[in-house]
Design a protein around this ligand. Structure first.
Ligand code: SF4
Length: 749
């Protein structure tokens, strides 16, 4: 039963988050001495994976230079990329393994920490069975590490329960694309975007969450293209949209069904494409019959004329691309939402041609690569199914085990947390995953973490989750271990090792292989370098849809990335995944998916009449474990605030910067108001990057999509009221106005 060893203040004093503003040695040293070398690699944050050159001196990353030649971002970076080097020499960095004691975390030797971890994992499994231990991986890990986590769970521990934080990102898209095309990757590279005549972005705050993609949209606009945006908030790209559809949270499926209804009513579908390249269209026709514009307008809050106009603009365009992100996917009907958008793209024939397609904008750094090679609870390398006997045979042969030694599919991330809470899972081994901040219903997550009989964390900062750990294994930053990731476009890129882990920190892959050895499974983990892991991954993925066999580090460097599938060493890779509209199904046809409307898992009512939706701000990244430690980023947006429309604010007697209490069926949070005209009057928005009493996920609910298992972060029912005063956490912080840097190095966030 693991309570954090110490008060929140004690833990924060020692482990942060503290703010770092300067490179190693300070700015004067930076000005006096030149770097030893520049290392061409990639930003560690979002799924764009922009090329960047890290400046390295004396085994420290001290700054960056643009990498102008890298074709995706051509030297451009967003605020996070510009400041990412400040995590490298951070004062909060974990430099030794830690063991939890009654008097707090104490430093331990690696031998002590690893022996303890192996012993406790063994004890739990001997007492309760193999599946009493679960493994959490991460979508910020290189693909080699993600592959290793899947193998470690199934071969090292023999548990069926392994999943990852990408489960909170875009798995709804993954399921929908698998259903439609039998493959989970963006069908097109981003170079297609400027060629479209119409872009339809739905549930995608592109400007803040995928900033460099904005440049591709602007290039489309420069070429005369039109932009349609659907979102409950007027996000930055919406301000330049030709048509903005301000839909009610959770009604995307209705909007897309309404647009399809208009397409069919006005005979705008592409019958020839449907006939030649698809199956299942009749069922879709029937499923949208009741979504006439007036009904759709009532459900979505979008005027009927705007729905009709959007349908006509999209369908009549010669070339059109639909783009979506978490707004569409973070719902308990996330798969249906994505399927409805794919249906619209297929029905209008905007698929498999130049400047056409539909695409998911991956959020997490290696959100794409992290979901390709067996880190998911139902998956084997190469995007193979754990239920497929042939796939089991192939992977078992590569791993040197019998197919029946491979466990069956296990629980997804939220289901693992539910099973911990229920006492079914007793121990957890987790790497670079911060569920205390990122899972919904944070009080429930905290209770679950407290129930664990053993909890081991590998990370480079002491995240809010790691506070509950029995042992913390000091792991590595992205720039400390070579590997590959796969960007949002499907481009496999090379992460270069720029520096070694400092002090006693270790590379993540060494930690996992060491643990496997101590569990008596070392013969299956003989790796000394990431390259050796990658070579095994290439074989394991061979013949799968995500076939990496023909990809090598050298080929990536020579081509500035290789798009998978790449089945042979001579193969150049596959930027356009399905040219001619030929899917990955044996018959080459794309599958329409009929959808069925259902309400959110947390519906609004008289007590909770307002929609709460959550998301990101440009200066922060996911649970904030890294970006809440970087001074220049925290200064841009220091605290979470509640966005409220002036009409709702006036109704509740709330002024800008007033303290506001937001209450849901789970909990309540008090934050400052940000009164803005850029949100629907029936909706409030809170960014989710903060922890403890500032956590938006105290408010969200645990309803998951039945197929993708993604939680419904984008739709909760809430009520708001002006608070009696500032919350307790506000007393120990300096009130900083957004945009005015008044903090000093080392201040806590
Ligand atoms: S956070 Fe994303 S968009 Fe920003 S620099 Fe990094 S990879 Fe590029």
């Amino acid at each position: 039963m693991a309570k954090p060893p110490g008060t929140l203040e004690q833990l924060r004093d020692r482990f942060g988050p503290h703010l770092n503003y300067t490179p190693e040695g300070g700015w004067s040293k930076e000005a006096r001495t030149r770097p030893d070398r520049l290392v061409k690699t990639h930003c560690c944050f979002c799924g764009q994976q922009c090329g960047i050159q890290l400046k390295v001196r004396d085994n420290h990353v001290i700054g960056f230079e643009p990498w102008e030649d890298f074709p995706f971002n051509r030297g451009m970076l967003c605020p996070k990329g510009v400041k990412r080097y400040l995590q490298s020499n951070h004062p909060d960095r974990l430099l030794d393994p830690l063991l939890r004691t009654d008097s707090g975390f104490v430093k331990a030797s690696w031998d002590e920490a690893m022996s303890f971890t192996a012993r406790r994992l063994r004890e739990v499994q001997e007492r309760y069975g193999k599946d009493a231990v679960a493994v959490f991986g991460g979508a910020s890990l290189t693909t080699e590490k993600a592959y290793l986590m899947g193998k470690f769970a199934r071969v090292g521990l023999g548990t069926r329960h392994v999943d990852y934080n990408g489960r909170l990102c875009m798995v709804s898209a993954g399921v929908a694309y698998k259903l439609a095309f039998d493959v989970d990757r963006s069908p097109i590279p981003w170079s297609e975007i400027p060629k479209a005549n119409v872009i339809f972005a739905i549930g995608a705050n592109v400007g803040e969450c995928a900033p460099i993609t904005t440049d591709y949209i602007w290039r489309c606009r420069d070429n005369g293209g039109k932009l349609i945006v659907a979102d409950p908030r007027i996000t930055p790209i919406s301000r330049n949209a030709d048509l903005f559809l301000p839909l009610r949270p959770g009604t995307d499926l209705a909007l897309l069904s309404g647009m399809m209804h208009v397409v069919l009513r006005d005979n705008l579908q592409d019958d020839s494409f449907i006939e030649q390249h698809t199956t299942g269209f009749e069922a879709v026709k029937a499923s949208v019959a009741c979504f006439d514009p007036r009904t759709t307008a009532e459900m979505t809050g979008v005027p009927a004329e705007a729905i009709e106009k959007a349908a006509h603009m999209f369908a009549k365009a010669d070339r059109a691309i639909a783009m979506h992100a978490r707004g569409l996917e973070h719902q308990s009907k996330g798969v249906e939402n994505c399927s409805a958008l794919i249906n619209l793209t297929l029905a209008t024939g905007h698929f498999g041609r130049e400047g056409c397609g539909c695409t998911m904008i991956t959020g997490q750094g290696n959100g794409q690569g992290g979901r390709e090679h067996g880190q998911k609870c139902d998956q084997l390398p190469g995007q193979r199914s754990l239920l497929d006997p042939k796939a089991r045979e192939h992977v078992a042969r590569v791993w040197g085990i019998q197919p029946d030694e491979l466990p069956q599919p296990g629980y997804s991330a939220q289901e693992i947390m539910n099973a911990i809470h229920a006492g079914e899972i007793k121990a957890l081994f987790s790497i670079c995953f911060n569920p205390a901040v990122s899972l919904p219903n944070a009080d429930f997550t905290r209770e679950a973490l407290e129930k664990l009989e053993f909890f081991a964390v590998t990370d480079f900062f002491l995240s809010e989750t790691a506070r509950y750990a029995d042992v913390v294994l000091a792991g590595s930053l992205q720039e400390e271990e070579e590997g590959v990731t796969c960007s949002a476009e499907g481009r496999v890129i090379h992460i270069q090792r720029a520096v070694d882990p400092p002090a006693n920190a270790r590379r993540d892959s060494e930690i996992v292989c060491d643990l496997a050895r101590r569990l008596g499974r070392g013969q299956y983990f003989p790796f000394h370098t990431p390259r050796e892991i990658f070579d095994e991954l290439r074989e394991a993925s061979r013949g799968g849809h995500a076939d990496y066999y023909g990809i090598t580090y050298e080929k990536i460097d020579a081509q500035m990335g290789v798009f998978w599938p790449c089945p042979t060493l001579e193969h150049p890779g596959t930027p356009n995944l399905m040219p001619g509209g030929v899917s990955f199904y044996p018959d080459g046809k794309c599958r329409f998916q009929a959808t069925e409307w259902r309400e959110s898992g947390d519906p609004v009512d008289e007590t909770f009449p307002t929609y709460l939706t959550t998301g990101r701000v440009v200066s922060q990244y996911l649970s904030g474990a890294q970006t809440r430690r970087i001074g220049g980023l925290v200064d841009i947006y220091p605290e979470p605030r509640v966005e409220i429309h002036p009409r709702l604010a006036e109704h509740k007697n709330i002024a800008d910067k007033d303290w506001v209490t937001v209450t849901t069926r789970r909990s309540e949070v008090t934050l400052q108001a940000m009164v803005v005209r850029t949100i629907r009057p029936d909706t409030v928005f809170i960014p989710y990057h903060w922890a403890d009493k500032k956590s938006a996920n105290l408010l969200t609910h645990r309803t998951i999509d039945p197929r993708s298992k993604i939680p419904e972060f984008k739709v909760s029912a809430c009520s708001i009221r002006k608070a009696d005063g500032a919350p307790s956490w506000a007393a120990d912080r300096q009130l900083v106005t957004i945009g005015s840097p008044e903090r000093k190095q080392g201040d806590t966030n």
